[in-house]
Every structure is written in structure tokens, then in C-alpha cells.
Design a binder for this molecule. Sequence first.
Ligand SMILES: Cc1cc2nc3c(=O)[nH]c(=O)nc-3n(C[C@H](O)[C@H](O)[C@H](O)COP(=O)(O)O)c2cc1C
Length: 348
Amino acid sequence: MTGPGLTWLASLEEQARRTLPPEVFRYYMQGARDSVAAAEARGAWTRFKVAPRIFADVRDPDLATDFLGWTATSPFGIAPTTLQRAADPGGEVTMAAAARSSGVPVVVSSNATASFADIGATGANWWLQAYLPADRSLAVPMLAAAVEAGARAVVLTVDTPVVATKYDQGAVWRSTPAAWVRANLGTAADAPKAQNLGPADIGWLRDLTGLPVVVKGVLRPEAAAAAVIAGAAAVWVSNHGGRQLDAAVATADVLGAVVERIGGAVPVYVDGGVRSGIDALIALALGASGIFLGRPPLFALACASEEGVRRLFSDLAEELAEALVLSGCATPRESRGLLAPRTGTTAL
Ligand SMILES: Cc1cc2nc3c(=O)[nH]c(=O)nc-3n(C[C@H](O)[C@H](O)[C@H](O)COP(=O)(O)O)c2cc1C
């Protein structure tokens, strides 16, 4: 038998739909406007094909992956998402505990519903995701609190000059306690977002926090290059899970060009629609150094709390390991160049 839904991993979305209050599930799932970009993300990975190596004698691939000087058990990480306490009472703290026990990094949204101190106390390798307000000084207390709580990088989200329109969100916000939204932001929660983000913000963040800065929301090679010149420690190809510009290109379709332009100067991370070890193999073959997931960890948290998130990452690692064996690759890195010829991708 074939088809989706036969494994725990493949049925996660459906399990979450049955578990979560409808308004919360809808909020997590939805994209901006008509959700076109959100719907296209997964299919974009499956359009790429791999031509496997043979005679490789690979039995037990080594998935260990460097994330800014820290070794993760696999190339996966947890992307920043809001409102995690709506999925599980422990919210971001439980998510961070799961990241720690899974050996993967976790990026915490600046809109997190738990305090940075409690997240840091889990011992997870956690990075702060930052939106900057128009008045940059309003972000300083939040950045200082993150540094104090042990954040190891700052992820600057650059695709949100305004929050894109998402329909029918009234119910989820009506049922959200105000204290959750302001867990780390204080009055900055209401401040207008910066619409003039520029390369100088990267240096400013790095100097202020002393942390590496990752630029998230890159979809163009020259934007990636500009971020690197400005001092970014990594670039992150993302269309925000389809929650910003609904006409945005799928990340799978631009990852290869960004990697080519960056030429190994810094790691290139990616997110968007990765739901299986096979999707991950394609992302790695296109040159990703790390692969982040947004909705699946939320769904796993909702269905089975810390244990669910752990299972998500162990199942993904198992699927990826099998895909690497079948491709004749001993490490994720060896999958680079395996893609079968297709316009705009690496030739064999
Ligand atoms: C419910 C939800 C909330 C999100 N909140 C943030 C956020 O606060 N900051 C941010 O940079 N990205 C945010 N994102 C985008 C994710 O970090 C990530 O780019 C996206 O979810 C990846 O796609 P995937 O969900 O298909 O894995 C959010 C995504 C979702 C689904």
C-alpha cells in the first residue's frame, strides 16, 4: 500500500487537526491571503529527483551537522513559531526541552509565549528570532534578555516590513491571554515594525549582542550576498511558510541559486514545506547546510508534547538516513550534486 497517512510522521497534520481547537489549527496552518505559497511549498521539493550513486557501500550514515559551531545530531532544526502555549501548556519551554533531548537547535520567536529565562533554563541550544521595531532602541531590552538567557545566535527576520493579511484570525487572538503575547516584549509588542531594515542592522545586532546573526527570509541570490558582506554568519532561505507575500517563490526553487551565489562563504539554511526525510534529501542535495521546520514541531507538540517533538526528529532522521543509504551517501554533505538534471539545477 502507498499513500500519505500511513506513518505517524505523515499523519501528523491530520492528528493535529483532530487534537487542536479549530481556530488554533487554522492559525498554525494558514498562509497569507489565499494560502497559495503555503500550499505550493511541499510539492516544490517533490519535483526534484535524485540519481543515486552505486557501489558506495554506505551502511550507517553520519547525520551529525554543525550549526554555527555546535554539533547537532542531524541537519534539522526548529523554526521560530508564535503561540506555542496554544499547542501545549508548556509551550516554548517544552519545545526547547524537546530540542535539547533531540540534539537539534531551536529558534525562539520574539513573540514567544514563554520567558527567555525559562527557555534558556532547559539547556537547549536556542537562537533568538528578532523582528526589529522602527525605533531600534525598543528592541534593546528584549535582546539583552535573550543574551542573558543564553541565546547563541540572533535570527533577523527580513521578510516582514508589515505583517501580511491572514483571514479569519479573530477567534485565535480572542482566546489568547494578553500576557502570552508580551512574554518578552513589554511595550515593544505594540511598536510598528521597521520598514527600513538594511545591512547596517546586521552589524548593529552583532555588536550589541556579541552573537552571530543569521538573516532569515532570503529568496534572492544578491540579497544573500549583501547579507554576507554585511557580516551575516548564515543566510536562511525562507518565505515565512507562505505567511508573508502569497506570490513568493517556493524555497526549493531558489535554494540552489542562493547556494551557488554564496559559494560556501557561510552556511545556507532553508525552511518551507519540508515534511519527510526525502524532502530533506532534496534540500541537502541543493546545498542546504541545515533544514528548519515550522509547523511539524507545533503539530508534534500538540499531539504528544515533548515526546511528540522527539519522535518527529527521530523519525525524520531515520527517513533521511535511509534516503542517504539509498543514494550512496555517507553524510548529508555527500548528497550535493546528486540531483538529476533539470533546468536551473546542478548537472550530473
Ligand atoms: C504559526 C506560525 C508562526 C510563525 N511565527 C514566526 C515568527 O514569529 N517569526 C518568524 O521569523 N517566522 C515565523 N513563522 C515562519 C516559520 O519560522 C517558518 O519560516 C515556516 O513555518 C517554515 O515553513 P513550514 O511551516 O512549512 O515548515 C511562523 C510560522 C507559523 C506556521
